[in-house]
Design a protein around this ligand. Sequence first.
Ligand SMILES: N[C@@H](CCC(=O)N[C@@H](CS)C(=O)NCC(=O)O)C(=O)O
Length: 206
Amino acid sequence: MKLYLNNTSPFARWVLVCGLEYVIPTLELVWVDPWATPANLTRVNPFSTVPVLQLDQGEALYESSSIVRYLIPTAAPSLRELQRLALGKMLLETAFRHVSLKRNSLIDGPPHPLIEQTYQGLTRVLQGLSTENLPSFAPTEIPDIASLQLSVGLDYIAFRCPDLLTACADRSLQERLLMYQSRPSFALTTSLALTAQPAELSLTPF
Ligand SMILES: N[C@@H](CCC(=O)N[C@@H](CS)C(=O)NCC(=O)O)C(=O)O
């Protein structure tokens, strides 16, 4: 199976982390720039976004939540699990929108109103989070996919808007995030680590 991605996408990172943690068959990584709408990406995803999973038979699946659900099938999720997945997904979407709008703002023009709106949303959500949202895990335990998603989202905010995380997130939550950040699946998938554009990733040393 192939995974189309770039090195900065938090959505692709969540898929990668889940793949590494849950030992699905190794994914062949296809590096693309979604903003440049390359033909090999639009052939598998006309929206030209990453991540996209392409099966060995050629069929493609885009959108990170659908990909994770396909790769790691679970029993029908409970309402609680769906709520946890929704929290992580919306945190990712809102943080990504906030960062994109800020980066694409005109230097001289007025700031886009959604920059402030997304900032306020992120502030409210971060202030409402506690360690209950990001459970601890034993050394032999693999965190569930919703916790992996939320921690990827928090790590994205720590990377792109560090002051926001420091100012709004509870200290104990920031410490709990460190537990996730120090997992090998996280260390292997930082945007810096991925600039090397490896053909595949594995947790097992060769
Ligand atoms: N809801 C999508 C979001 C994917 C997304 O927005 N990916 C960004 C990179 S982080 C992208 O490819 N943007 C390129 C574009 O919008 O043209 C998912 O979960 O997969």
